[in-house]
Design a protein around this ligand. Structure first.
Ligand code: NAD
Length: 478
């Protein structure tokens, strides 16, 4: 694996200062990477700027073909890159391969968008005129990505930006850069002209401000505090910003819910991918009539989850991704217990044959929505059940959060489902389905402070990656 930065079409040597270790087996070194500094960032910015003029005029079919080739190659290498992802991030092999396949389909989708994306033509109120509205590339886009979906999020930012004619600088998370390096290799092999895509590794703090001021747009996914900082860094230059941030997503179970569906959706939504999903269910709100039956089934489901090495075929929940996140989860559990939440299952580290960040899936009962457990994003395999009187109370509790990313409900009543769909302030609503698990052809995102500056994915992403131009044309023919 190349442990280097990719700038202006060339792999750049550097001191291998960044190491990643397998969270399933801390004795395994997964990758060594060179950390970019200010000089590399300045070169990447200059390269992306130089390449922008040609790339926006690049032949449409040829641009679509490059993106399609990257998607094809991702499918061919899905097993290998899925295993790399699992070794670096800790999600199960099935989840890792699934994420690489999803990244491939994202590239295929945006290959189609290159030729599908329309403009608009209007009649004019002035005789002999018409009006044309066109969407033009923004210019140079900086994409900053987190560790939890290291290839899917990179794919939907990079493929989207390239499809609409922008050049890109990608700064992946320092915790999981391996897939971004592989993506750079694939873009190079697919024939992308030099400078159109650049990769900078490391924490990014040394050059973040400089790049954010220098590029035309920043698309960021990560935590809400970092997102807020990015907005402040972008303000002096008024750089366009799009943020996808944290959540504290509610999943409501009503008395009329189908129990199997409710338990399955809550289990998947909460503990899938070790709970490390911005759309994961972190608050399970249950009306009193079904509460005891639901909780009994949920505890059994949680207890049956097999936690272990991400590459082991029987594993259903891999380790927590890194030391910082592991400690954060343990602290959160300790504080929830101190707040008086009743521990129903889990609550601590699990011993395994290898040294890793294995945490038991954790469920608290008898929690109150105002507890820190239910107000601050956990981003781990931890959730609290909140018992409520009725549907009105369930909605009030669901809305009583500063976050507004995803939300879900289990009910067999169309009327209840529709009421929740309308009243939820979240950007995503799931009915009888887990709060997490999204498709790439439709918009994705939430309201502040869960999201800011426009939606990602699907046709909505064009709003961020393009600028509108309205042209009035006097053609002289009445
Ligand atoms: P983070 O905010 O710590 O880091 C995100 C990225 O920002 C990383 O690449 C990091 O290196 C970079 N970064 C931090 N400071 C920087 C600076 N000064 N200049 C340039 N880059 C800088 O987030 P994380 O821990 O990697 O990810 C977990 C968070 O991401 C959770 O809060 C989760 O909810 C959120 N998330 C949101 C979505 C969504 O779409 N809403 C999806 C996945 C994850």
């Amino acid at each position: 694996m190349k442990g280097r930065n990719f700038i202006d079409g060339a792999w750049r040597d550097g001191e291998l200062a960044l190491q990643t270790y397998n969270p399933s087996d801390l004795d395994e070194l997964v990758g060594q990477y060179a950390r970019a500094g200010v000089a590399e960032a300045e070169e990447a910015l200059a390269a992306a700027r130089r390449a922008a003029a040609d790339w926006r005029r690049f032949n449409m079919q040829a641009r679509a073909d490059i993106l399609r080739r990257v998607g094809d190659a991702l499918l061919v290498r899905a097993d290998e890159l899925g295993a790399l992802l699992s070794r670096e991030e800790g999600k199960t092999l099935k989840e890792g391969i699934g994420e690489v396949q999803r990244a491939a389909y994202v590239f295929h989708y945006y290959a189609g968008e290159v030729v599908r994306h329309p403009g608009q033509w209007y009649n004019s109120m002035r005789d002999g005129h018409n009006i044309v509205v066109t969407y033009e590339p923004v210019g140079v886009v900086l994409a900053i990505t987190p560790w939890n979906f290291p290839i899917a999020i990179a794919a939907w930012k990079v493929a989207g930006a390239l499809a609409y004619g922008n050049t890109v600088i990608l700064k992946p998370s320092e915790y999981a850069p391996g897939c971004a390096v592989a993506l750079a290799e694939l873009l190079e092999q697919a024939g992308l002209p030099r400078g159109v895509f650049n990769l900078l590794l490391g924490e990014g703090r040394a050059f973040g401000q400089m790049l954010i001021e220098g590029v035309d747009a920043v698309t960021f996914t990560g935590s809400t505090p970092t997102g807020s900082m990015i907005v402040q860094m972008a303000a002096p230059a008024m750089t366009k910003v799009q943020l996808e941030l944290g959540g504290k997503n509610p999943f409501i179970v009503l008395d009329d819910a189908d129990l199997d569906t409710a338990v399955e959706a809550a289990t998947q939504g909460t503990w899938g991918q070790t709970g490390q999903r911005c759309t994961g269910s972190e608050r399970i709100i249950v009306t009193k009539g079904i509460h005891d039956a639901f909780v009994e089934r949920l505890v059994k489901a949680v207890a049956s989850l097999k936690v272990g090495h991400a590459l082991h075929p029987d594993t259903q929940m891999g380790p927590v991704a890194n030391q910082a996140q592991f400690q954060k989860n343990l602290d959160c559990i300790a504080r929830a217990r101190a707040e008086g939440a009743e521990l129903a299952f889990g609550g601590g580290a699990i011993d395994a044959p290898t040294r890793g960040y294995f945490l038991a899936p954790t469920l608290f009962l008898d929690t109150d929505n105002r507890m820190e457990l239910n107000q601050e994003e956990t981003f781990g395999p931890i959730a609290g059940v909140i018992k409520v009187e009725d549907f009105d109370a369930a909605i009030a509790v669901a809305q009583d959060s500063r976050f507004a990313l995803s939300s879900g409900i289990a009910t067999t009543s169309l009327k209840n489902a529709e009421r929740f769909r309308r009243e939820s302030k979240a950007g995503l609503v799931m009915v009888n389905a887990p709060t997490a698990g999204l498709e790439y052809h439709v918009p994705f995102g939430g309201r502040p402070p869960s999201g800011y500056g426009g939606r990602e994915q699907g046709a909505a992403s064009a709003e961020f990656f393009t600028e509108l131009k309205t042209s009035y044309i006097n053609h002289g023919v009445i």
